[in-house]
Design a protein around this ligand. Structure first.
Ligand code: COA
Length: 419
């Protein structure tokens, strides 16, 4: 038994944000029916192609545990099939450009008339307001949500981050909204509209920087390196380089081998509680009691000196040795892991966070499995569907079409070339 068994998802999503959401629902056991434009499909199938002729990793890694039906939702027969899907499903998830669903003839009002129990879940770039009609991609959301202005170094430009907080981050937010709406429907019997804007999701994940904005209005942010360096603050939350966001001084430091390996670095935090252990480990026991070093407040203007000394020590060790030595002392450190190292991490395979998936067109590849573990809802990662692989199966077994009626749908061209 899986947590969402019996729940049917009409998956009208594409690219990254929406597909990450419906993939999670699939992992939790929902039947995810991905509706794709005949002959074309989700644009990511053919983006960043590494195996000619095969679906790209971009697509396969975001669309596990789904069935694919090709359907032209703008043709009359296609619309009638879509109407049947809306009748049958519990949730419609979409991340089209603003207004696209209405232009197809499926407004929220019409959807409610077709199936009042249906939950309509949408991702858009912005919530209601002056930017509501904009099309939005990942990096635009990172910029509009406050992440870019607070990421990077003080003397450099704003930076986007590799974590897809705009797309996958919003997919996660939407997923929570959907299961919450399903829970409420248990009591009310009614569906509702669930909306997640990418700007809002990024801002939610950048919450601590809005915290700092308001603290800044009361005085300088003493835990930022720039305070210790005597650099004046502007009127908005500055970029903090690799400072730790939680108020404890932290930096990324070089480790043994950094000259050849761009990832031979460790993160190193010096919390007040473990300061004395840090002093012992790096060979500066006198700093435990030395005036100007013993108390966290007094160290603030010496953080560069302190971290330079710690780095002198970390440069004599590999990033993994730093971890092994510091962990028993509860000194918070973390190796900077490359994607190569992560993709070879047996521990991550053992927990199912990394999985090997076989695919008929491209062979085996590594993917990220479900990072959310439920003790009573096992996850089996199933390869992504080929375009229209399940068109016939969905028309017949989910929607009950057969005989002449089925023939008519197929010959109308609404469902592409049936395989
Ligand atoms: N049958 C017929 N038409 C279909 C279809 C189908 N099965 N599936 C999609 N279409 C149509 C849409 O109705 C739309 O037509 P319209 O422009 O006449 O209304 C058209 O295809 C294009 O859809 P659109 O969503 O505008 O795609 P795009 O490639 O132009 O824009 C995004 C892509 C991601 C920028 C845009 O969808 C968007 O802003 N989405 C919301 C935010 C988001 O999720 N962004 C991140 C994506 S990772």
């Amino acid at each position: 038994m899986k947590a969402l068994e019996g729940i049917k998802i009409l998956d009208f999503t594409h690219v990254q944000s929406g597909p990450t959401c419906t993939q999670l629902l699939g992992w939790f056991g929902a039947d995810v029916i991905k509706v794709e434009r005949p002959g074309v499909g989700d644009a990511t199938r053919k983006q960043l192609v590494d195996v000619p002729g095969a679906d790209s990793l971009y697509f396969t890694m975001l669309n596990h545990n789904k069935r694919s039906i090709e359907l032209n939702s703008k043709n009359e027969v296609g619309k009638s099939v879509l109407t049947r899907l809306i009748e049958e499903c519990d949730v419609l998830v979409e991340n089209f450009a603003p207004g696209a669903l209405d232009r197809m003839g499926f407004s929220w009002k019409q959807i409610q008339e077709i199936n009042p129990r249906l939950i309509l879940a949408s991702i858009k770039g912005f919530g209601p307001g002056k930017y509501q009609d904009c099309k939005v991609y990942e990096n635009v959301a990172q910029c509009a949500g406050g992440s870019a202005s607070t990421t990077g170094f003080r003397d450099g430009p704003p930076l986007v981050t590799g974590a897809q907080i705009g797309d996958s981050g919003t997919g996660l937010h939407l997923c929570l909204g959907i299961v919450t709406a399903l829970f409420q429907r248990e009591k009310t019997g009614k569906g509702q509209k669930v909306s997640a804007a990418m700007q809002d999701s990024v801002l939610n994940l950048t919450r601590v920087k809005l915290r700092d904005q308001q603290r800044l209005e009361k005085g300088p942010l003493t835990e930022y390196s720039q305070f210790g360096e005597g650099v004046e603050f502007d009127n908005s939350t500055p970029r903090a380089g690799n400072d730790s966001g939680g108020g404890q001084p932290g930096r990324i430091l070089r480790c043994k081998g950094w000259e050849q390996d761009p990832n031979a670095y460790t993160y190193f935090i010096i919390q007040a509680a473990i300061w004395e252990k840090v002093c012992d480990v790096i060979g500066e026991p006198s700093w435990k009691t030395l005036d100007g070093f013993a108390k966290p407040k007094d160290r603030l203007d010496k953080l560069n000196q302190v971290f330079e000394r710690i780095e002198k020590w970390t440069m004599t060790k590999t990033k993994f040795e730093v971890m092994e030595i510091c962990n028993p002392h509860d000194i918070p450190v973390g190796p900077i892991l490359s994607m190569k190292e992560i993709s070879e991490d047996e521990g991550l395979f053992a927990t199912g966070t990394l999985v090997k998936v076989d695919h008929p067109e491209r062979g085996a590849y590594i993917s990220v499995g479900n990072p959310i573990k439920l003790s009573e809802s096992p996850v089996e990662v199933v390869r992504s569907p080929l375009l229209g692989e399940h068109t016939l199966e969905i028309l017949s077994s989910v929607l009950g079409y057969s005989g002449n009626e089925l023939e008519k749908i197929i010959s109308s061209g609404a469902v592409g070339e049936v395989k």
